[in-house]
Design a protein around this ligand. Sequence first.
Ligand SMILES: [Zn+2]
Ligand SMILES: [Zn+2]
Ligand SMILES: [Zn+2]
Length: 137
Amino acid sequence: MPLHDMENDSLKRCSKCKKEKLVDEFRGKNQTCNECCEKKKQYRENNQEKIKEYTNEYRQKAYTCPLCNIEIKTHRKALHEKSLGHQYYLQQFNKNEAPRKPDKIDTTGGITSYYCFACKCATSPNSWGAHCMSHID
Ligand SMILES: [Zn+2]
Ligand SMILES: [Zn+2]
Ligand SMILES: [Zn+2]
């Protein structure tokens, strides 16, 4: 057997530390040496809380209120559900009535504004529900 083949057989380059190590230093078909695997494991254990927090934060970005159809952060959900706007949509939903529609939607410059002709005013979509509340006696 030629020498270089023997070398290839007994040495393996770790994909993490890029060092050539004996195959004994690798567990099974791992491309990462045991030392690096251990470090990774330790890092993960030490950072588990941080990773959890990060994942939570990430998830918080994805909550959409099904009633208001607006995106809110999960940690603001309770706050949002107490808001006037949400109360309006909830009330309409419970009454089985469609929420009031804006008389005009303007998207000039990428900013959406909802117009109410009765009040001659414009609000952001997020404040529309709260505005509609003022139309209910
Ligand atoms: Zn390594
Ligand atoms: Zn809502
Ligand atoms: Zn109005």
